[in-house]
Design a protein around this ligand. Sequence first.
Ligand code: NAD
Ligand code: 0WE
Length: 275
Amino acid sequence: MTTNTALMAGKRGLIMGLANDKSIAWGIAQALNDQGAQLAISYQNEALEKRVQPLAAQLDKEALLIKCDVSDSASVENCFKELGEKWGKIDFVVHAIAFSDKNQLKGRTIDTTRDNFKMTMEISCFSFLEACKYASPLMNEGGAIVTLTYMGSERVLPNYNIMGVAKAALEASVRYAAMDLGKQGVRVNAISAGPIKTLAASGIGDFRKILHWNELNAPLRRNVTQEEVGMAALGLLSACGTGITGEVVHVDCGYHIQGMLNLDNVAATAEMLKD
Ligand code: NAD
Ligand code: 0WE
């Protein structure tokens, strides 16, 4: 049977973590928009509001823009309160937020300070649990939540450091939140994306080499795109994903399955590492 109905027709939800047109959140926003969803977009601060406004203007349905700084619980509570007042119920939430002190995304993980540990865990993990908490009374049955993670949670990668620890906690949080919200028919999943050149990534030294390494060694021999992460999120948030919850889906061109660097490309890999 075929239908012409868009996958997200009549669905409304919140996107958290949109900074600019390179953001993974923008890839997801576009995929949802293209399938008929109406979006609310939260932004961290006034500086980002200016970047988010012109993006929101490109969407087919008028977007709701709400400030939400996840380091402040009152701001998170207020964001969902406003969403509840304006729309009543929602069908999905996308959480695409992470932050750590840039100076500690190098050197030894064991040298992470207590303050940066707390901050990294709060912004990158607790904010997800808190968003689930405030979203839960607003979520329609059949609704879904997606967050973004990275393979540094499962295996050690140079310099990902305490972010890897926070992503491990985030992935465990997805499983616990899936159990909590499953009772009300709400699904919770994570997408483990391969490296993509976003604002958060461009702050990382050697990111170009990380991208090239993945391109040479992933089964698909290329890097994943923002659009592909958007399509995977659409799958998890739409009727395509109704049997999936508590899962971490890798959208990384298969990189995570590899157990040894690709011998066809040893020379190219070595060459790439020179400059
Ligand atoms: P990005 O810089 O576009 O997005 C990060 C977002 O986090 C920004 O919108 C920023 O405003 C928001 N943020 C940070 N602190 C906040 C706070 N206190 N309150 C509210 N918002 C806050 O970068 P991105 O790469 O699109 O990152 C989105 C998610 O994807 C992150 O969770 C990241 O860990 C994850 N991810 C990224 C990659 C990659 O290679 N880019 C790979 C896998 C997973
Ligand atoms: O989760 C991330 C990035 C997270 C991040 C990035 C920054 C840069 C700017 C968190 N905090 C900050 N703080 C800043 O001040 N990714 C998955 C992208 C990423 O980051 C890496 C990677 C990859 C991939 C860091 C080291 C190694 C690989």
